[in-house]
Design a protein around this ligand. Structure first.
Ligand SMILES: Nc1ncnc2c1ncn2[C@@H]1O[C@H](COP(=O)(O)OP(=O)(O)O)[C@@H](O)[C@H]1O
Ligand SMILES: [Mg+2]
Length: 224
């Protein structure tokens, strides 16, 4: 059973009085343990595709099945709960809340739906896993770009999602940090959480077991 299935997804926008498809009948299937990267230049529709797949944006046409459920048929509350429980999302750029410590940033998605249990223990394990447990009490402004990205990845994993979706997670990082973050995604995928990332950089394409290219809204299997 596919974990996430995008079927012929289309998003139409208006520009200059005309309609164009930012995403045009894109189909993609994510299985548990998959590590999928999508490469495409700026403006090709990558963020729009991810946002539809994560339930953040309603498609103009097409279907998003998460564990065989059509997520755009759920109401807002049901979608929020499903996203909070099952989909870890790492947005493009800096996304940590600046007035909270790294540790508290991690815990927030846990408390949104009033969970019980040892969130603090889990947060520390995750910070260790992403290599920044020494920064638990720091604020985002005290972190480097790579450290912030690690914190955002750990936050996305706090509720043990089935899939981790990341939008250009290495876009603003140097080559060495990029390699470290990509290795971290490989590790996460091997542990069984599916990983879906979009990127405009060729050097991240060696990772993952499936690669696609996005060009002017069209998604195709990538050939080197
Ligand atoms: N809300 C919107 N309204 C109109 N056009 C949009 C909107 N969001 C994105 N677009 C356009 O859709 C295209 C794809 O955008 P996006 O998905 O952000 O691309 P990418 O993430 O690959 O850079 C771009 O031409 C962008 O300008
Ligand atoms: Mg984008």
């Amino acid at each position: 059973m596919a974990l996430l299935e995008l079927q012929e997804l289309t998003k139409a926008y208006q520009r200059g009085g005309r309609s164009f498809n930012a995403v045009n009948r894109a189909s993609l299937s994510v299985e548990p343990g998959d590590f999928i990267s999508i490469i495409g230049r700026s403006g090709s529709g990558k963020t729009t595709l991810l946002n539809m797949g994560a339930g953040l944006l309603r498609p103009s046409a097409g279907t998003v099945l998460f564990e065989e459920k059509d997520i755009h048929r759920l109401n807002d509350k049901e979608i929020s709960l499903l996203r909070n429980e099952k989909i870890g999302y790492v947005p493009q750029g800096q996304s940590l809340l600046s007035n909270f410590t790294v540790f508290d940033n991690l815990c927030i998605p846990w408390f949104l739906f009033k969970r019980e249990g040892d969130v603090e223990g889990r947060a520390f394990i995750l910070l260790e896993k992403v290599g920044i447990s020494h920064l638990a009490a720091s604020y985002p402004r005290e972190l480097s770009g790579g450290e912030m990205r690690r914190a955002a990845i750990a936050r996305a994993l706090i509720n043990e999602p089935r899939i981790l979706i990341a939008d250009e997670p290495t876009g603003d990082l140097d080559a060495k940090t990029t390699t470290e973050i990509m290795d971290l995604f490989s590790h996460i995928a091997r542990e069984g959480t599916a990983v879906l990332i979009v990127t405009h950089e060729l050097d991240t394409l060696d990772y993952g077991n499936k690669t696609y290219a996005m060009d002017a809204g069209n998604l195709l299997p990538h050939t080197a």
